[in-house]
Design a binder for this molecule. Structure first.
Ligand code: FAD
Length: 396
């Protein structure tokens, strides 16, 4: 949020008109910023006397880092279950917490989610912060940001890991801005920086050509979103238990500016890439949209999901939700078929943690063959129907 330095405000009302969200009103001849503030900064830029500051600037001087401890993992819930990425992050969170002699907590937000706490313990957490409320039954940016930010203000965690899912990518930066810290988005590696003891957040930068390691030395909590399927789920320990810390929800209906009218299932299991065990992906080598059905048929007979390279998505052959790679999804299936895909670094960034890679490409020198476990040199339009037919026969 932005903050008004009241003794500098000259009541010119410029900020009221400048705010695109109607979040500023005049009260007792001073600008007053309401909860509708999205921290977009329009008022800061437009105030002619510099009387509005970003909250971060104000909080910079007041952070006592020694108050912040423990590692938290946001447990994202989908269809009544924790998402895979949240369980993967419990494994990484455990390592970070142990390395720093701290404890690991899961954060569960929703309605009727208490029973999921056991699963969070089994995957490594020592405790669970539980916030339940009917207003939080479904994800909303406003509701979850408020619930999570208030929790941070009360309990002051040192590190927060959030899955880089659609909702996680929405929630993480919003919370970071609200509590005045930084966030490293879309991480593919986590560790501890030996010199400072801070979390070392690693992510691809400059088009995937370098891996950047980012530290958050001045602010707390240290926050990051982490790509799904980069880390393996830890081995569950069913003997583990932990403490449930139930926290009263501060979220009211009027805090949420969006209204959910219903959920329409527009995507089938064929694009549930992050959790798929088998993925068949197609690239530009398919030549035309009509040939993409060859990829879909192979995926169907194997019970797998359909992926696509960015070239295939850009050509309009598949919607962006199927894209695998640096700007698409990170996947880690047991088997990944790359069909007519060259193996550009940005594509590899999304699928290199697959257990077995099978590439089909007519160019024997295609880079994808360097990392594939099995390679078939041939025309996709000939090879794919043969594979599909063979797997159909095997299934009987
Ligand atoms: P191409 O590179 O054109 O390769 C096509 C392959 O098909 C070739 O190897 C060719 O030999 C083979 N082929 C042709 N005809 C046949 C045939 N009949 N049978 C068999 N093989 C055949 N890309 C992604 O995929 N995902 C991303 O998330 C992503 N993010 C990016 C982010 C940035 C910032 C940038 C700069 C690029 C990104 N890209 C991404 C694009 C990436 O660099 C490549 O351009 C893209 O992956 C190429 O897709 P492709 O392999 O399908 O096409």
């Amino acid at each position: 949020m932005a903050v008004v330095v009241t003794n500098e405000c000259v009541a010119c009302s410029v900020c009221v008109t400048a705010c695109p969200f109607g979040a500023i009103e005049m009260q007792e001849n001073k600008a007053n910023i309401t909860d509708a503030c999205t921290a977009c900064g329009a008022c800061v830029e437009n105030c002619p006397v510099g009387a509005i500051k970003r909250e971060v600037e104000v909080s910079e001087v007041t952070i006592d880092k020694t108050q912040y401890k423990d590692v938290w993992v946001y447990i994202e819930v989908a269809e009544g279950k924790p998402r895979n990425v949240s369980l993967e992050l419990l494994g990484e969170g455990r390592k970070l917490a142990d390395a720093q002699g701290q404890s690991l907590a899961g954060v569960l937000i929703g309605e009727n989610v208490a029973e999921l706490a056991n699963e969070v313990f089994v995957y490594g957490a020592d405790s669970v912060y539980l916030i339940e409320n009917t207003e939080l039954a479904h994800y909303s940016t406003d509701g979850y940001t408020k619930a999570f930010s208030d929790l941070i203000e009360s309990y002051k965690p040192c590190v927060i890991l959030i899955g880089a899912t659609t909702n996680g990518r929405d929630l993480g930066p919003r919370i970071a801005c609200r509590v005045g810290t930084g966030l490293t988005a879309d991480c593919t590696g986590l560790g501890i920086d030996e010199a400072s003891g801070l979390v070392a957040w690693t992510r691809p930068a400059f088009g995937g050509n370098i891996m950047a390691t980012i530290l958050c030395p001045e602010h707390r909590p240290q926050m990051g979103t982490v790509r799904p399927s980069v880390f393996k789920r830890p081995v569950p320990d069913f003997a583990r238990t932990g403490e449930v810390i139930r926290v009263a929800s501060t979220v009211k209906a009027e805090d949420i500016r969006t209204k959910l009218y219903g959920i329409v299932q527009v995507i089938g299991s064929s694009c549930n890439l992050e959790e798929a065990e088998i993925i068949v992906s197609g690239g530009r080598g398919l030549g035309k949209v009509e040939n993409f059905c060859l990829v879909e048929e192979l995926a169907e007979v194997l019970g797998g999901s359909v992926g696509a390279s960015r070239a295939a998505v850009d050509a309009g052959w598949k919607p962006a939700i199927h894209q695998v790679g640096q700007t698409g999804k990170t996947v880690g299936p047991r088997v990944y078929f790359a069909c007519g895909i060259s193996g550009a670094i940005q594509h590899l960034a999304g699928m290199s943690s697959s257990e077995v890679v099978i590439a089909v490409n007519k160019d024997p020198d295609a880079p994808i063959f360097k990392m594939a476990d099995y390679g078939i040199v041939g025309d996709v339009t000939e090879v794919l129907p043969i594979l599909t037919g063979a797997f159909k026969k095997l299934k009987g």
